[in-house]
Design a binder for this molecule. Structure first.
Ligand SMILES: CC(C)(COP(=O)(O)OP(=O)(O)OC[C@H]1O[C@@H](n2cnc3c(N)ncnc32)[C@H](O)[C@@H]1OP(=O)(O)O)[C@@H](O)C(=O)NCCC(=O)NCCS
Length: 339
């Protein structure tokens, strides 16, 4: 797909259940997903609602555009308007918004609205080109449930510098039934094992990914001790590259076979929320099961990304135990520099 090709008519239709992953990938590519929204739940709610729909636009049988349209009985609204980056400036955005307008008109809704983030000048320009004006209103909002911790938020220690952490242990005792996941569409993705990686490269991955989640154990090892672990043939480190850039890694520890532990798994901050985590995790799980272990284990704690636990469960892990621990905040001991 390349930009600026002649406009063709999109085939626009309501989304079906099987469009979910394609559409979520599209939202991710268009940077529309946010850590406080669950895109799968949003997809389900928009498609289940009597007052909302998701319209998708197909070009040559491929979903290249989408919009969630709905109304509250008074006004119509759009969310998740997206055109695949490789298909922009061909009039697809215009076509799908016009289809959404028709959807609303058929329900006798007199006015359509969209919320645009202030920094999203592209969307503002696009809507203006379609005849939309800027209303002199602001949006007020209040969370009615706790949205959890943002990925870059830092937890605070108590007055003595301690952090209370709850660790959840999970296991998987049979291989996944599903095929390995596809990487997010439209990205150049490679997954490569880093064999006997240099300590410096490993520290780059671990420290960058783990800083927000206060990963400290490997920081506490000196180079020699760390090399003994990561250069062991039974420790497999798979690095995810996106457009040639290291974007995450997964570490399988086979030193206690027939059990395998997914010792570390994470995505670089810039790549969070774009579908790479699900892909990397699914791939690591399939890799682990290629050794036919008796069980595959993983653990996560309350300092990790708020969605880590549900991601593991969705991938097929079951919680088997929990443990509470108090640790000294690694930022106070100097293990994690705060600058
Ligand atoms: C906004 C978006 C949907 C536009 O899709 P598109 O298919 O490229 O838009 P179209 O080709 O249909 O353009 C329609 C009109 O908008 C204009 N337009 C598109 N992008 C524009 C921009 N960045 N600035 C100014 N005008 C723009 C086009 O020039 C065209 O005008 P014309 O018909 O008078 O020539 C697409 O850029 C996108 O998916 N962005 C990322 C997701 C996003 O921000 N969604 C909105 C969230 S509020």
């Amino acid at each position: 797909m390349t930009a600026s090709e002649p406009t063709v008519d999109l085939t626009i239709r309501p989304a079906r259940a099987e469009d979910a992953e394609t559409l979520i990938d599209l939202w991710n590519i268009c940077a529309l997903t946010r850590w406080w929204n669950d895109p799968r739940q949003d997809f389900q709610r928009f498609t289940d609602s009597a007052n909302a729909d998701i319209l998708v636009g197909e070009d040559d049988g491929q979903v290249v555009a989408g919009v969630c349209v709905g109304h509250d009985g008074h006004r119509g609204w759009y969310y998740y308007l997206a055109v695949h980056p490789g298909c922009r400036n061909r009039g697809y955005g215009r076509q799908i918004v016009r289809a959404a307008e028709l959807w609303l008109s058929e329900r006798e809704i007199p006015k359509a609205q969209a919320m645009i983030r202030q920094q999203n000048q592209e969307a503002a320009g696009f809507y203006e080109a379609l005849g939309y004006g800027h209303d002199a209103v602001g949006v007020v909002s209040r969370w009615l449930r706790d949205p959890g911790l943002p990925p870059d938020s830092s937890v605070s220690p108590d007055s003595e510098g301690n952090l209370d952490v709850t660790i959840t242990y999970l296991e998987m005792t049979s291989p996944p039934q599903d095929a390995p996941p596809h990487p997010p569409a439209g990205q150049r993705v490679a997954l490569m094992r880093a064999e006997r990686p240099p300590v410096s490269f490993y520290r780059f991955l671990y420290n960058t990914i783990g800083a927000a989640w206060l990963w400290w154990e490997r920081r506490a090892l000196d180079d020699e001790a760390l090399a003994r672990v990561i250069q062991d043939d039974r420790v497999e480190i798979y690095v995810l590259y996106v457009d040639g850039v290291p974007a995450g890694y997964a570490e399988l520890d086979r030193r206690a076979e027939p059990e395998i532990d997914l010792a570390y798994f994470g995505v670089m901050p810039e790549y969070i929320g774009r579908g790479f985590g699900r892909y990397l995790l699914g791939s690591a799980i399939h890799m682990a099961w290629s050794y036919a272990p008796e069980r595959l284990t993983v653990n996560t704690n309350t300092l990790d990304h708020p969605r880590a636990l549900s991601l593991y469960q969705k991938a097929g892990f079951t919680p088997v135990g929990q443990e509470s621990r108090t640790i000294i905040d690694p930022r106070l001991t100097g293990l994690i520099p705060t600058r």
